[in-house]
Design a protein around this ligand. Sequence first.
Ligand SMILES: NC(=O)c1ccc[n+]([C@@H]2O[C@H](COP(=O)([O-])OP(=O)(O)OC[C@H]3O[C@@H](n4cnc5c(N)ncnc54)[C@H](OP(=O)(O)O)[C@@H]3O)[C@@H](O)[C@H]2O)c1
Length: 241
Amino acid sequence: MKISNNKMLITGGASGIGLGLTERFIHENNTVIICGRRESVLKEVSDKFPSVITRVCDLTIEAERTALFNWVSENHSDLNVLINNAGIQQWINISDIDFFQRAKNEIAINIEAPLHLTSLFMNLKSLETIMNVSSGLSFVPLSKVPVYAATKAFIHSFTLSSRYLLKSKNIEVIEIIPPALNTDLGGKGIHDAAPPVSDFINAIFEQLKEGKNQLTFGFSEAMAKASQEDIKNAFNRMNPA
Ligand SMILES: NC(=O)c1ccc[n+]([C@@H]2O[C@H](COP(=O)([O-])OP(=O)(O)OC[C@H]3O[C@@H](n4cnc5c(N)ncnc54)[C@H](OP(=O)(O)O)[C@@H]3O)[C@@H](O)[C@H]2O)c1
């Protein structure tokens, strides 16, 4: 994809990795629209970057996803990039009393939302690129976040199929594969020891400029290239007996 002169929607673009993408894409001279549930957090970003366009939206709700698409179609019909970034991570166990309810919510935001938005936004005549945010855990699960890891394996697989299926429509599909990074994912403090988002953003922009469609860094780079044996060893390290 070209790095500048795009109009893009970044879901969850007001915090963490989404904010890192927002800041960098603004810096590279793009028009950026961001959405999320928290109006105050969206406003903090638009106060700092007045060119940013914001929209409050809960992407777990199908009607809100459709309303978001209709609003973009009516007001930003020249949008050419969709970035499916919003997601949550839940530290849960199958034996938890509320396991299924929480799993359903995690599946709604991490899987249903990107699938539905893809099926809607591919109909925009101007759409050229879809970027999906998966994870290093797409390749090897961490059983402390069993549903999260499975949703990311799903996104990795769906991205490969989408890339193939949307080729005939001239829509490029790029996978952003972060390793653990220092954001509020999973709750404040959980990822404090992880590398900063800025290092990751710098690395993936270099890869974007080289024309790559699978953007990796550190652990995710190792896992994306790993053999079955490497994956088995990583699983055993991450999930000790
Ligand atoms: N940080 C990591 O270690 C890591 C590693 C691999 C992959 N990732 C992936 O990177 C993506 C971004 O995560 P992050 O680390 O940047 O976490 P984050 O700081 O918690 O950001 C998540 C973003 O998603 C938005 N969001 C969550 N639920 C939403 C909903 N129902 N509707 C609309 N927006 C919603 C949040 O906004 P509101 O709360 O305002 O709705 C927030 O802006 C996720 O897909 C995550 O799985 C992160």
